[in-house]
Design a protein around this ligand. Structure first.
Ligand code: 2NE
Length: 270
């Protein structure tokens, strides 16, 4: 596969190979710890992927073989959040988590090495995770005075169960790729040398499927876990489809033509 650069950023690589996009966190000397700037770059790249109608699947990964991400960069952690060039303390990774959840295309985490702290939550919120056999997963928040009480707790409990999620957060152990697989935390384990080709195989398989069907499956599962915010996404997808029907267009056209709409001719399906 030949990766072509889509856009150049300070903190990430953003590449594509035809319909597959790849976003790579790039701070390998700190195990790809994320800064507010890196998160902002990722938000920009994911938004690009969302808007580009030719991109069908997105891979999120980390530079090098040693880490997916070690979470928030503790060296720029201020009081109240992580501090970037604007000197404002923020937790903008929460916005990124949400974006990964609502982007209506499959997002696959490709994990090599450490997947830790807020980095591991990014892996968690991706739709699928394929890990290299050198991957290690864990939450360290309580060791470093932090926690993720959002997706990092409630959604983790949905994915691996409440008992295991509490174990992960209370003990802060690290789990091998094989252990994480046994816990249903991730989808697949591949040898380090093969992890990208295995990930690309899954991407190519996904690309043969109906994008609208995948969109609705993702939105439906989010609706189940995200409450009204999840239903908003599912509802918006239904509206998008309805706008494309003659019945939907009739309402719009009647208003614009200042006439009464004629909805009578549309079937009332069982
Ligand atoms: C991941 C782990 C266990 C790896 O250990 P090891 O021994 O293999 O590597 P080492 O030597 O610790 O790390 C290599 C270099 O990367 C830096 C280290 O300080 C070290 O730098 P030098 O000594 O070579 O200069 N590094 C690693 N992680 C970093 C980080 N997160 N920030 C800044 N520099 C980092 C081990 O490295 C480890 O435990 N890392 C810290 C994991 C962690 O606690 N992450 C933050 C959790 S809180 C969070 O992410 C969060 C949240 O809870 C809520 C909202 C937003 C974020």
């Amino acid at each position: 596969v030949t990766w072509e650069t889509v856009k150049t950023y300070d903190w990430i690589f953003f590449e594509r190979a035809d319909k597959i996009a790849k976003i790579t966190m790039n701070q390998p000397d700190k195990l790809n710890a994320f800064t507010p700037g890196m998160v902002q770059d990722m938000i920009d790249a994911f938004t690009y992927c969302r808007d580009d109608t030719t991109i069908g699947v997105i891979i999120l990964t980390g530079a090098g073989d040693k880490a997916f991400s070690s979470g928030g960069d503790q060296s720029v952690r201020g009081n109240g959040g992580y501090v970037g060039n604007d000197h404002i303390a923020r937790l903008n990774v929460l916005d990124l988590q949400h974006l990964i959840r609502i982007i209506p295309k499959p997002v696959i985490a490709m994990v090599k090495g450490w997947s830790v702290g807020g980095g591991n939550i990014l892996q968690l919120v991706c739709d699928l995770t394929i890990a290299a056999d050198n991957a290690q997963f864990g939450q360290t928040g309580p060791k470093v005075g932090s926690f993720d009480a959002g997706y990092g707790s409630g959604y983790l409990a949905r994915v691996i169960g409440h008992k295991r999620a509490k174990e992960v957060w209370f003990l802060n152990h690290f789990y091998s790729a094989e252990e994480a697989y046994q816990m249903n935390w991730i989808n697949k384990v591949a040898p380090l040398a093969d992890v990208e080709s295995v990930t690309l195989d899954w991407c190519n398989e996904i690309l043969t499927k109906s994008p609208t069907a995948l969109r609705f499956i993702k939105a439906a599962m989010n609706a189940d876990t995200d409450g009204l915010a999840g239903l908003q996404q599912l509802g918006g997808d239904a509206t998008m489809l309805f706008y494309q029907t003659d019945e939907g267009k009739e309402g719009r056209d009647a208003f614009n033509e200042k006439r009464k709409p004629d909805f009578d001719k549309y079937p009332k399906f069982p």
